[in-house]
Each structure stands twice: as C-alpha cells, then as structure tokens.
Design a protein around this ligand. Structure first.
Ligand SMILES: *Cc1c(COP(=O)(O)O)cnc(C)c1O
Length: 462
C-alpha cells in the first residue's frame, strides 16, 4: 500500500514511513494512493464481532507489509485494553432515529484515544524493530496532547513534547498533560493560541535540518495512521444499525477535520453513508466554506468547546485533494494562496463534489448550552459541549436515514461548561479521581521557533 502527498511533490511512502513521518516534505499530507474497498459480504460479516476484530479487518488492507498480521493484531488488542467499556465505542439512542456514538471511554476521556493508543503501540513495534529513536512533537487544543502523552509515556524509544495554548485548555485537560511523571514526557505551555501551536509545529517540520537531527515525528491529526484508526467506529456503528443493508448518516463535531474525514474514507471503502454532517462551533470556517465556496481565515474565537477552536482545518486539505480530482499541483496552489492571503476560493467543480458528501451547520455558545440542558431533560444524557454542538446540528438533519452523532468527549472533561448549562457537575470516572491531587510539571514557552527548537534539543534524551 503506497501513500502519496496531497501536494504531489514528496516521496511516495509505505504505511510505516508515512506513519512515522506525519507531515510530508512538500508541506502536504499523506493519503493512500488507492482506497481499498470491502465487499457487502465483508461489511455484513463485521456484525457481532469484537471491536478489535472489526478494527483488524477494516484497517489491515491499508497497512501493507509494514506489520505482520500477528504484530498488528497484538497492537490493536493492547491499544484498546485500557478502555473503560467492553464495547469500546458503544452506541446509545437519543431520540427516534438519532443515536449517540460514545467515543470517550479511553484513558483520557476523548475520542482521540482511539487513534493515539493504537499509534503508540505501532510506533513501539516499528522503532524497536529498527533500533530507532524519535522525538514526537504535537500541538494540541487540549485533547490530542493528553491522548499522545497517555499513549507514549514511559516508552523507551520516544520523547514526547506537547505544545498547548497557555490558559486556553480546561483544568482537566491541562492536568492530564502535566501530571504524568515519566521523564520522556514534556508539557509545554505556549504563549499564543492553538493555531500558533500548530504553526510552530509545521515550522519545525519544515526545518529539515532540525527535523532530521532530532528524528522529528508527528502524531497530530494530520498523521494518516490516526485517520485510519478512526475509520473503524464508523463501520461498527453503521453495522449495528443495519449497514450494509441500510444507509446511515453521521454528524461529527469538527475542528481539524480528521474525525469526519475518517468517515469519508469509510464511505469510499464501501460503507453506505448517506451524509456526513460537519458540526462547527462559532469557529465556523468549514461551514462558511461549504455555503459560500470561500475558505477564509477569521481569527480564533475561544468557546466552551475548545477542542474545536481552530481557524485552519488541517485535514480539510485531504478532502480538497479528492475534490480537485487528486491534482496535487492545484492543492499546492490554493494552499500557497491561503498562506499568502489568508484564504482562497474553492473551484466550482470541487465545491460541488464536496457538497455531494458533506453537509454542515454552526452552533452558537448559547445554543450549545441550551442543547446540553435539553438533551439531559429529554433523553437523560449529559453531553460535553463538543458533543452538544454535534447533537444540535444533527437535530436539523434528522429524517428517514438513521443519524449517528459522535460524542467526542466525556462531560467530566468540561465540568464548568456542563455545570453552567445544567446545574450538575459531572464527576471523573473513579480511575482518575485523584487527578487534582497529583503534582504538575510544565514549561512556559514563547511563540518562537528557535527558542522551541533549542529547548527540544536540550531536553530530549540522546
Ligand atoms: C479533537 C476534538 C474534536 C475535533 O476533532 P477533529 O478531528 O479535529 O475534527 C472534537 N471534539 C473533541 C472533544 C476533540 O477532542
């Protein structure tokens, strides 16, 4: 299985190298050259299997010879054994024809554990086999960082540095990053917003001498292996609701477009998905883009669903690559235009092809709070603010096709917002009850590339 860059100028890589590399050297994102498909019988055959068995069958064709069947199975089994729910991604009913896919039973209580726990296991196997060391640097709006730290803490071949926007993540999110005591974990509070964190990370990847010197590896949502891991729960949810014999739609609280893009991959693999609905908070670049055809940056507005507070949706580039007929040069041109001018206009043909697959909606802060309260009253479910953004948008797309809204985080991860909306303060699951007693370890850093590179050179183990 070969992977190509969305900008068409980087070396073609296998799964293992694409996973370890993250961002392609031409600034693009790796995507599979061809999308393998599952037959109707193969999809039907997933019914009743464990999450792990489904994960193996769905992901195996993408992995090629990077891992043996035994290695890949073992990695999947270890990745999900720390989850607090036997189904891994249980499906609940919210209303007639509206279902909630609970993706928050992993160690850090957000859906990012699905991908990150698997990546941790796969990195460990690949690096140990080659006697290699890497430095993982990640940027986080809150949940990626803790999921990465949880996945890589204590692994012998990896240092993990996480950049998060100082003062803009919740206390639970911050403590999940700053309390692990392993020496290979480094939490960095950057003076800036999430887009600054993401930009400095991209700058580091584009500094090839630094990149090679420290063995830089990326696990942000641009990493193809993360997208792949997220494809699995689209299948398990849809099959539970009658796929492949029945269509299903999904609404996805969206920031960097990684989670919903995984849904698009599931669709292209043969899963009968009717609509993929993008749910945005007041940071609504994707919703505006689908409506107007103009992808235009507009500054970040901090919200009560902070993991979606972004203005540049990195993985959208993958959807653009397909919408532009896999023309890497065209994608490189619009990305250059965006870098230079802060926006670009999507071509008519590309816009039309995006609209065939994706719908979208935008939710205000007030609507988010009201949805948390209404869902508790009507369905006895306590939603986190991100999931509430999803439910609100899904409510206006309900019809004859079953709708699944992805619940991306546990309400206890955002207790202040949930309490403000409902008067109830959600408690942490018992396995993390002492989070607020553990000592924190964090370094405040300026929004400056060379200062960051110096710190990483000094801190990483040799
Ligand atoms: C990361 C995150 C999102 C957004 O996911 P993307 O893949 O970036 O679109 C939504 N909700 C929560 C809780 C998250 O942590």
């Amino acid at each position: 299985m070969n992977y190509v860059s969305t900008r068409g100028q980087a070396p073609v890589l296998g799964f293992g190298e694409a996973m370890l590399t993250g961002l392609a050297r031409d600034g693009g994102l790796y995507v599979p050259q061809d999308i393998p498909t599952l037959t109707t019988d193969q999809i039907a055959g997933l019914a009743g299997s464990s999450y792990e068995e489904a994960a193996f069958r769905i992901m195996r064709p993408f992995v090629g010879d990077a891992f043996t069947d035994d290695e890949f199975r073992a990695a999947i089994d270890r990745a999900y054994q720390g989850f607090g729910h036997a189904a891994r991604a249980p499906l609940k009913q919210l209303a007639p024809n509206h279902f909630l896919l609970e993706l928050f039973h992993g160690p850090t209580l957000a859906f990012k554990d699905f991908a990150m726990q698997l990546i941790g296991q796969l990195f460990q196997i690949a690096l140990a086999r080659d006697g290699r060391r890497v430095t993982i640097v990640g940027a986080t709006s809150g949940d990626t960082g803790s999921a990465a730290i949880e996945a890589f803490r204590g692994l012998s071949n990896v240092d993990v540095f996480i950049l998060f926007p100082h003062g803009r993540v919740s206390d639970v999110q911050r403590r999940q990053m700053t309390t692990p005591s392993e020496a290979n974990v480094h939490a960095l509070a950057l003076d800036g917003d999430f887009d600054d964190c993401q930009s400095r990370l991209k700058d580091m990847f584009n500094d090839f001498s630094f990149r090679d010197e420290v063995g830089l590896a990326g696990v942000n949502s641009i990493n193809w292996a993360r997208v792949l891991a997220q494809v699995v729960y689209y299948f398990t949810a849809a099959v539970s609701l009658g796929a492949p014999h029945r269509k299903v739609s999904f609404t996805v609280p969206t920031g960097n477009f990684g989670d919903i893009f995984a849904g698009d991959i599931a669709r292209r693999m043969g899963l009968p998905i009717d609509k993929l609905v993008i749910a945005a908070n007041q940071n609504d670049i994707l919703d505006r883009c689908l409506r107007s055809g103009r992808y235009q940056m507009d500054g970040v507005k901090p919200s009560i669903s902070p993991s979606m507070d972004i203005q540049i949706s990195s993985n959208f580039e993958r959807a653009l690559f397909d919408a532009y007929g896999r023309d890497g040069a065209a994608v490189a041109r619009v990305m250059e235009e965006m870098k230079a001018t802060g926006g670009f206009t999507v071509s008519q043909g590309a816009l039309q092809s995006l609209r065939e697959i994706f719908a979208s909606g935008r939710v205000s802060e007030e609507e988010t709070r009201a949805t948390i309260a209404a869902t508790l009253a009507q369905s006895a479910e306590l939603l986190c603010p991100h999931s509430a953004v999803g439910v609100k948008v899904a409510n206006s797309h309900l019809g004859t096709v079953p709708m699944v809204t992805l619940a991306t985080a546990h309400p206890a991860k955002f207790p202040d917002a949930v309490e403000a909306a409902t008067g109830l303060r959600p408690g942490l699951p018992p396995r993390m009850a002492d989070l607020f007693e553990r000592p924190e370890r964090v370094t405040r850093v300026p929004n400056d590339l060379s200062a960051l590179e110096t710190l990483i050179r000094e801190r990483r183990a040799l």
